[in-house]
Design a protein around this ligand. Structure first.
Ligand SMILES: [Zn+2]
Length: 434
């Protein structure tokens, strides 16, 4: 192809919007967004508690390691760290406000247009994401470094930009002689020296370099984290496209094209609502993952560096609990579960009840199509194992489970002595078979 062929293809495909398709189940997305949005809120509140606990610990000289005590070189970090963390709480809160589930109360065929998501909605969501990921990466980097020159670079660069256009009253509220002196010292440096001078340093200039550094320093990370590292870098690039009003993102979000009205048990919705929710859920999942995989461990590392062991136990314990909560809860979404069902039920006229681990009960209706095998509550996929006859219970890694359709009560509904009897038989059986 030559340049004119490419130009023609772009012109014909990127000037008129195709009608959009809904590729996911909108009700499942709404449930998953509600769940992960609540989880983000829990995480945010837990983080607020951790930050205030850390702040009061850092105010107490007796809790600090020598370098960070009053009069020593790194003492300023006892003020800077809580301030960085407070900024991050704002960024997380903004993302929380932009990721609420759609409100479908009172929506019918006549006002379904209210659910349409366009340029402003996408731009607000993705810009909040961009700010979240940018702030948390930059600050996690500072928390891990705790290096005076690295912090100076970060703060002076920001001050230098702010100074260019700030109004008189804003300047008055922020700039005093000490700040002016520091800034004029910075301005005397040549642009090339900013990242390595007698007062400033930045070893990892761009976003991707900082992400690489963070991941390399958190050595608990497993090989699958390599793909997560790419996910974070890709999220950054994707969100830059929106924030800078890139050609493609604006084109995609600003023209509505023809939108058929879709329907579910909860009422009607539009393809653009579903497309938007799909992105919203993916963003929530990536950002929650980022908090427990990278951000919280960075706070932990910083705490260990600054605070004496016997004074940091409670904070470290809380950070560990936060990590466990986020990691455990987000894993309950979009899983793969197995159900054991009597073969005679499958294809019969009976509705098969499939209670999910997320507590949602799904009803698999005749003719029992495989395409209906997923949870409306959490988006998990179901695999059905057909069992011949009336097998009763089956032993899984999680203990005995009733085969659905068997003529026995649920295992947990058995009297305690019968439960114990069954567990004993199970242990004997596994001892004999080893
Ligand atoms: Zn479920």
């Amino acid at each position: 192809m030559n340049e004119i062929d490419i130009l023609n293809k772009l012109a014909s495909n990127l000037t008129e919007r195709k009608s959009v398709a809904a590729l996911s189940n909108y009700d499942v997305l709404c449930n998953n967004i509600l769940f992960s949005h609540d989880l983000l809120n829990k995480g945010l509140n837990y983080l607020k508690h951790i930050v205030s606990e850390l702040k009061s610990t850092l105010e107490n000289d007796d809790s600090l390691r020598c370098d960070y005590q009053s009069g020593n070189d790194r003492n300023s970090f006892s003020l800077i760290v809580p301030s960085l963390l407070s900024n991050d709480l704002e960024a997380i809160n903004k993302l929380f406000l932009q990721t609420a589930p759609d409100n479908r109360d009172g929506i019918d065929e006549n006002n379904v247009g209210e659910l349409h998501k366009g340029f402003v909605d996408y731009n607000n969501l993705v810009t909040a994401t961009r700010q979240f990921i940018d702030s948390l990466v930059t600050d996690a980097y500072q928390l891990q470094m705790l290096d005076p020159k690295e912090f100076n670079y970060h703060a002076l660069l920001s001050l230098n930009s702010f100074d260019k256009y700030a109004t008189k009253s804003i300047r008055q509220g922020l700039f005093n002689d000490e700040v002016e002196d520091s800034l004029s010292e910075f301005k005397q440096l040549g642009f090339r020296d900013w990242k390595n001078s007698n007062i400033t340093k930045c070893q990892h200039i761009n976003f991707a370099n900082k992400v690489d550094y963070l991941f390399s320093e958190l050595n608990h990370l497993a090989p699958e984290d390599d793909s997560f590292k790419d996910e974070i870098k890709n999220l950054f690039k994707f969100s830059s496209e929106f924030t800078h009003i890139g050609y493609i993102s604006t084109f995609f979000t600003s023209q509505s094209g023809s939108q058929p009205i879709f329907g579910s048990e909860q009422g009607p919705y539009l393809p653009s609502t579903e497309n938007f929710s799909e992105l919203k859920y993916q963003i929530l999942e990536s950002c929650i993952n980022f908090i427990f995989r990278v951000y919280a461990p960075s706070i932990k590392k910083c705490t260990t560096k600054m605070v004496l062991d016997d004074r940091s136990n409670s904070i470290i314990g809380n950070i560990d609990n936060l990590i466990t909560m986020l990691e455990h809860d987000i894993k309950t979404r979009n899983n793969n579960y197995f159900f054991f069902v009597c073969s005679s039920l499958i294809g019969s006229q009976n509705v098969i009840e499939l209670p999910c681990i997320c507590n949602h009960v799904n009803y698999w209706k005749p003719p029992h199509n495989n395409s209906d095998l997923f949870c409306m509550g959490c988006g998990s996929s179901y695999n059905i194992m057909g069992m011949e006859g009336d097998p009763g219970y089956i032993i899984t890694n999680n203990g005995p489970v009733k085969v659905i359709g068997s003529n026995v009560p649920d295992f947990q509904d058995l009297p305690l002595n019968e439960q114990q009897e069954l567990l004993k038989k199970m242990a004997e059986f596994s001892a004999n078979s080893n």
